[in-house]
Write a protein that binds this ligand. Structure first.
Ligand code: AMP
Ligand code: ZN
Length: 113
């Protein structure tokens, strides 16, 4: 499959890894929008939240566990952070492998849309 994030998981395309386990991979965003900007992705290829089902949703809960752990490790757990997943054209999704942006390290804009 011609998927940028599948290639990052396999190592075909380099990334700055911050975390990896059996089901999840996390790495620094190449164009950070905040002092801390990490992408957390399932290793299984899911195109977006639209692909989440009762059969595969356990990894989503795990991604939030990883987000909480990384927030602590990266020093933003107390100051605050945002976890965002863009789904589809209106949300501006550009990479169609499900990913969660972990953003923090400065006062984030309040506007959500
Ligand atoms: P989205 O717009 O929600 O689909 O987010 C895609 C994100 O992937 C953007 O924030 C990009 O900066 C980021 N991105 C694209 N290519 C790479 C890459 N090779 N390594 C790390 N992050 C990337
Ligand atoms: Zn993929």
């Amino acid at each position: 499959m011609d998927c940028l994030f599948c290639k990052i998981i396999s190592g075909e395309i380099p990334s700055k890894k911050v975390y990896e386990d059996e089901t999840v991979y996390a790495f620094y965003d190449i164009a950070p929008m905040a002092p801390v900007h990490v992408l957390i992705i399932p290793k299984q290829h899911l195109s977006s939240i639209n692909d989440v089902t009762p059969e595969n949703s356990a990894v989503i809960a795990h991604i939030y566990e990883v987000a909480a752990q990384l927030a602590k490790e990266l020093g933003i757990a107390e100051s605050g952070y945002r976890v965002v997943s863009n789904c589809g054209a209106d949300a501006g999704q550009t990479v169609f492998h499900l990913h969660f942006h972990l953003l923090g390290g400065s006062k984030l804009k309040v506007e959500m849309c």
